[in-house]
Design a protein around this ligand. Sequence first.
Ligand code: ZN
Length: 212
Amino acid sequence: MVLVVFLLAMVNPVRSAYRDYLMTIKVDLSNIKPSNFIFDSVKESDAVAELHWGPYNDWKNGNKAQNANNEFFRVYNDNFNEAYRRDHFNPGITADTFVHEMFHGTPKTKGFAYAVDSGIFQRGSQQLDVSPLLNLANVKISMGLSSFPNTNYNRGMAFKNADSFALTTSLPSRLKTNKQAYLQNIAIMKAALKNANHGYINGQTLVKINIL
Ligand SMILES: [Zn+2]
């Protein structure tokens, strides 16, 4: 079961890499200051936020005093505010945005596939369609090469994908307080893979996270 392998029962090297990533991100998030942010009201991006690797890397690994105020975390105000409003001011979603972006930092993960809005917006929880992440983990996402349209990202790419890690981090965050919701999400994802006969998942796979 690709998904479960990816999410929890991860093979040892991956699990320990993930643990190291989480430690780094925790440190980064405790050291980041308002002066490291750029609040951008330019509308040219669909993104909610973006991490600038060069200034981040100098801040993280270079001279601490010199780079303390490097602006490396860009927030696209309009998109950020709209997403926050649409999800009924759920602070967990904001936290996930930060975690996602920091996975672009030291872990150097990229954006091959994303969990997407389900179109369902409810107070007190977030419903995301995670089919793209499952398809990536299951080697069903095309690299989009014009000469080789049938060439998919390989299995290792899920381990280099920021949103796969962000979801892996977010899913069990309520494990202690809401085990039932967690188990239900896992069951939903397993069923989606099974229904697609472990092929490409066409429909939505809705998981419920950030339950308040
Ligand atoms: Zn990203």
